[in-house]
Design a protein around this ligand. Structure first.
Ligand SMILES: *Cc1c(COP(=O)(O)O)cnc(C)c1O
Length: 394
């Protein structure tokens, strides 16, 4: 391990496991030990490791063409954009690669829309965001983070953002003014500890933004594409935002694929040369993304996440009586579990789970997050929960 880290920047603190292979919900380390993956690459692996359909789609495309750049058309591009727009119930798609790039794209889109369509005076566009947010790691995005680790020493910061408390509709209403072009929020805050906003919040944001002529941008990079038991977490409140920001599971755990999806009025603001990415919307990404969309269209993964999620939350809530677990939040196959700090930090709990063959990731303090691939079997999920109970017993 020391050798492995001698030449890599220490921007991560991984658990001491070296994965060699993986299949479905399971990973195997280089010594042959098996681990249940209860993180699923922060939802990038919603369809599991080595998913047959996704690998077949990738392999077939590898033998055809993998990259053209957007200087030329390729034969998977139109289908990908059309079908993703349709899945989202929207009109236009702008494909990128990573989540952070898609969020940057959303920010640029909202600003340009603000100047060109809404009529905000040049240079004044403002975007309202929530505290505790996680939208990625670029200099502009960390400029509106409230996490000191993400932000400190990386200034000067990009202006144009106002931070309000998450879940507080009155604070958001007060922050929105005539220069506000967008509200950007996660419908469930993943990195913050799987925080579900109070009932009515998303619907309230929808109402407020519609009334004030402000774009509602939902960062569904982690919450979207099946994780919560619906295609989008916004659906749980019957809300359709003006723009979805997607990533992670869109690439099926195979390649990075992200996208901004919105109306023609909004994404129509771009002209050639104003935004782009060499790899964005490449043939391999589109082929894998198309298969992801086809899989989501059946609804089976959403249904699985809903059913297994009910079971997961039922089991986790049973733990809250005993004192070891002080809080459980989440939706679908996604949970933030607050552990009594007396039992150890989230990191220590994660290490003890690893010793029992379960891989999770702590978030802040003594919170661990549970988000297995949606293909996990009920038996495996129950086995993972049994390991958690054993760790909490000490
Ligand atoms: C992971 C994540 C991002 C950033 O995605 P990257 O692909 O790591 O750049 C942005 N927003 C949310 C909600 C995320 O979970």
């Amino acid at each position: 391990m020391a050798a492995a880290e001698a030449h890599s920047a220490h921007n991560y603190h991984p658990l001491p496991v070296v994965v060699g292979t993986a299949e479905g919900a399971w990973m195997t380390d280089v010594d042959g030990r098996r681990y249940l993956d209860m993180l699923a690459g922060y939802s990038a692996l919603n369809f599991g490791h080595g998913n047959r359909r996704l690998l077949d789609a990738a392999r077939a495309q590898l033998d055809r063409v993998t990259l053209t750049s957007r200087a030329f058309h390729h034969d998977r591009f139109a289908a990908f954009c059309t079908e993703l727009a349709e899945l989202c119930g929207m009109e236009m798609v702008l494909p990128m690669n990573t989540g952070a790039e898609a969020v940057e794209t959303a920010v640029k889109t909202a600003r340009k829309w603000g100047y060109r369509v809404k009529g905000v005076p040049d240079g004044r566009a403002k975007i309202v965001v929530a505290d505790g947010n996680f939208h990625g790691r670029t200099t502009t995005i960390i400029s509106f983070s409230t996490d000191p680790e993400a932000r400190a020493d990386f200034g000067p910061y990009t202006p144009g953002f106002t931070v309000v408390p998450y879940g507080d509709l009155a604070a958001m209403e007060a922050a929105v003014d005539e220069d506000t072009v967008a509200v950007l929020i996660e419908p469930i805050q993943g990195e913050a500890g799987v925080l579900v906003p109070p009932p009515g919040y998303l619907a309230g944001v929808r109402r407020l933004t519609a009334e004030r002529g402000v774009l509602f941008i939902a960062d569904e990079i982690q919450s979207g594409l099946g994780r919560t038991g619906a295609t989008f977490a916004c659906e749980h409140e019957g809300v359709v935002p003006d723009m979805y920001v997607l990533g992670k599971a869109l690439g099926g755990g195979v390649v990075p694929v992200s996208a901004v999806v919105s109306s023609a009025e909004v994404l129509g603001v771009f002209r050639p040369g104003e935004h782009g990415s060499t790899f964005g919307g490449n043939p391999l990404a589109c082929a894998v993304g198309l298969e992801v969309i086809a899989m989501l269209r059946t609804g089976e993964f959403q249904q699985r996440a809903a059913e297994l999620g009910d079971h997961l939350h039922h089991e986790l809530n049973l733990l809250t009586g005993g004192g070891a677990v002080t809080g459980v939040r989440g939706r679908g196959l996604w949970a933030g579990v607050d552990i009594d700090p007396a039992l150890g930090t989230g990191r220590e709990i994660s290490e003890r789970l690893m010793a029992r063959g379960v891989l999770v990731k702590d978030t802040h303090g003594s919170t661990i997050r549970i988000a297995p691939p949606l293909v996990v079997s009920k038996d495996d999920l129950d086995w993972g929960l049994a390991q958690l109970r054993a760790v909490l017993r000490g």
